[in-house]
Design a protein around this ligand. Structure first.
Ligand code: NDP
Length: 434
């Protein structure tokens, strides 16, 4: 805390991981002797830069850009870009730190990084978003590349923003390097299933947790927070598996639809019109809209999938969910549960799928997009989806195995942290003190 003052989100992420690693250090003091903890929690590089742009009124605006290149021992830095007014060094560092172990868990050769800006895309015209992203990429392009650092989307960065950034990078480099960004459009190097991957992967992961207990999505009631990329495809897959999703949200509030959320309406409002979830009830007047998003956890459900943002689910919400009979939690967002909420779930034996395992499907398919770009070919939707399912199953099994081996059977928080850590730590050991 002394070394990184005022970075509460980063402290939270580091504490969760370091607490999990206690049994690893007891068994293998070599990691301690080689300063792995000190090195892994210090980014290899942090780039902060000015992003000037001109709005539709001709006024000059200035935002701040970030890229944290956290760890490159098992592959090029890989992690999304977030455009949201709350973005600061602490948020980007927590996301980048989580990304190291998450990427390791996928079994694919990708290091950890993250970036973004405090730019708020809400209410901006397409022209403003384009001018901002071009200015952002003018600087970022000097630090990334298909074998160096490969950004992707995150909150506020979807197909539109990736398209503008790819165009600007291509123009500045004078060469078509498809592998420099993932989440690209299908016509210029994107991968089928990337759009769906994080939401689908979260549901595949939770299905594995449930299967071990003789349970499943079929016939269950589900609550999904958020209504962005991860939420929409989590709802989609949960529906396909026979569940009824009764609620979703945005930063303004949440919608409860006892008949089951109509996904076509959510997709139209969010993906096409870029509107607010409150508009849902105009088309479905029997549903209820409540201002403020925290109340979503008071809705009784069997499975809760927090898919919006960090710290959206606290210990009070966890207790409410448990009182209402929740059986499983799958974190689609990054660090959506507070440390206290996680303790409540674990103490009450609720099945808990932590973010770095449950939402790793997005970055896994990004790595598959890089592989396809390198080979200059495209796999079918079914091929990528099958690989995604296999990766999620492997992550579940490897995390369960590590939890068992290190004395915390069934604890996926500990298991995922250990399984992800050991591969990176071993690579750091063999590559010397760098
Ligand atoms: P989107 O921008 O597509 O959607 C974000 C959703 O969360 C929106 O509904 C948004 O509401 C809501 N939200 C954002 N900030 C807040 C807030 N402070 N309070 C309440 N609600 C909020 O982002 P994604 O779906 O891509 O990302 C969601 C989460 O999943 C993030 O934690 C991200 O890091 C994580 N993630 C994403 C991956 C991906 O592939 N996209 C991969 C792995 C993790 P509003 O529209 O009102 O802002």
């Amino acid at each position: 805390k002394k070394r990184n003052p005022n970075e509460s989100e980063f402290h939270q992420a580091v504490k969760e991981i370091f607490d999990s690693l206690v049994p690893v250090f007891a068994k293998h003091p070599k990691y301690m002797d080689n300063g792995i903890l000190e090195r892994i929690s210090e980014p290899e590089r942090i780039i902060t830069f000015r992003v000037p742009w001109v709005d539709d009124q001709g006024k000059v605006r200035v935002n701040r850009g970030f890229r944290v290149q956290f760890n490159s021992n098992i592959g090029p830095y890989k992690g999304g870009l977030r455009f949201h007014p709350s973005v600061n060094a602490s948020i980007i560092k927590f996301l980048g730190f989580e990304q190291i172990l998450k990427n390791s868990l996928t079994g694919l050769p990708i290091g950890g990084g993250k970036g973004g800006s405090d730019f708020d895309p809400k209410g901006k015209s397409d022209g403003e978003v384009m001018r901002f992203t071009q200015s952002f990429m003018m600087e970022l392009s000097q630090h990334i590349g298909p074998d160096i650092d490969v950004p992707a989307g995150d909150i506020g960065v979807g197909a539109r923003e990736i398209g503008y950034m790819f165009g600007q990078y291509k123009k500045m480099r004078g060469s078509f390097e498809a592998g420099v960004l993932t989440g690209k459009g299908l016509g210029y190097g994107g991968s089928l299933t990337r759009t769906e991957a994080t939401g689908y992967g979260t549901v595949y992961f939770v299905e594995e947790m449930l299967k071990d207990k003789g349970l499943g999505f079929d016939g269950s009631t589900v609550v999904v927070s958020g209504s962005g990329n991860v939420s929409i495809y989590a709802i989609d897959k949960a529906n396909q598996l026979g569940a009824k999703v009764v609620a979703c949200s945005d930063s303004g509030g949440y919608v409860y639809d006892p008949n089951g959320i109509n996904l076509a309406t959510v997709k139209r409002i969010k993906e096409v019109e870029r509107g607010r979830i409150s508009e849902y009830i105009l088309e479905h007047p029997h549903a209820q809209y409540h201002a403020g998003c925290e109340g979503i956890w008071s809705i009784p459900c069997d499975i809760a999938l927090p898919c919006a943002t960090q710290n959206e689910l606290d210990s009070m919400a966890a207790q409410l969910l448990i009182a209402n009979g929740v059986k499983a939690i799958g974190e689609g967002a990054n660090m959506p549960s507070t440390l206290e909420a996680i303790d409540v779930f674990l103490e009450n034996n609720v099945l808990f799928g932590p973010a770095k395992a449950a939402n790793a499907g997005g970055v896994a398919v990004s790595a598959l997009e890089m592989a396809q770009n390198s080979m200059r070919l495209s796999w079918t939707f079914e091929e990528v989806d099958a690989k995604l399912q296999q990766i999620m199953t492997n992550i579940y099994q490897n995390s369960m195995k590590a939890a068992e081996e290190y004395g915390h059977p069934g604890n996926l928080v500990v298991g995922a942290n250990i399984a992800g850590f050991i591969k990176v730590a071993d690579a750091m050991m063999t590559q010397g003190v760098i």
